[in-house]
Ligand binder design. Sequence first.
Ligand SMILES: [Zn+2]
Length: 201
Amino acid sequence: MLRAEPSLTVRRRSPSAFQSRGLDCGCRGAGGRRQFLRVAGAAGLAGLGAGLFPLRAFAADLPAVALLLSCIDYRLTTQTVNYMTRQKLTDQYDHLTLAGASLGAQTIFPFWVGTFWEEFKIALKLHPKIDRVYLLDHRDCGAYKEVFGIDFAKNPPLETRVHADELRKLKGTIIGQYPKFTASTVHMGLMDLKGNVETID
Ligand SMILES: [Zn+2]
């Protein structure tokens, strides 16, 4: 059983402290895994750890270069990871999820919109090598059904059009707010339930 150390107090920093002093997640560069191995070695566990954990379980040696926004939908968790692997970005992207993906970032609830932009901003601050964005909507999305009151799965052409509208709007806003991103570095896609992704231009 864990016991709290009575003399140790832990407080959250105020948001103003984040802004003035900056944040450091400790995950820049290749230090994460080496640090773990040093600690494990000191404890006499390095050999044991190498046998127990696959290397992918450690912090990535490569920096994050991309940011992904997708829906929360559990049906596409594996397919989304597979999609990013096909982009050759395994373990090199930050992943934001909101129900509805591009729609959730724009129109459902004001808190969601604010949260999206705060998360977007902090990802870029923590991982300044991010130079591309992936906006990934999916077909048969419950959030789109809720917001529009339409079962788009019954009308795929309409579904494509509505998703494309939301994706393009969000892409335009991202490019407008962050000049480091351009039309060619913000990618848009619409995934079906098998994991196939239709590129949206
Ligand atoms: Zn969805």
